[in-house]
Design a protein around this ligand. Sequence first.
Ligand code: NI
Length: 137
Amino acid sequence: MPKVTVHRKAHFNAAHRLYREEWSDDKNFEVFGKCNNHNFHGHNYELIVSLTGEIDQETGYVYDLGKLKRIIKIEIEEALDHKNLNLEVEEFKTLNPTAENIAVVIFNKLRKHIPLHLEIEITLYETPRNFVTYSGN
Ligand code: NI
């Protein structure tokens, strides 16, 4: 059967601050720039979840996108939307909430729900021009 990739887009707003406690203010600013702002700041994150696999002969689907929508809503949007990632999301209490790390956290949350024969790729936009991809490697 042909392999097809299906995609689902989602969105969340969240605040963060990038810093390392053991670094000086100057070094933190040099490395993280505006994202080091002490009082946090928000981003409008755009998420694309892509699943690749063979088309199921019975349904004609790779994966039911309605089901994927519900999983993303519960696992990602309800966990991250309108949250301060550093203060309110367990995973980022000890992990810098960069787009890279957020993509890995999202991947791991979804992997538990998606059948193993499907490959997952996460595309996460932190700004319209800055985005990362992660597919579990
Ligand atoms: Ni930022």
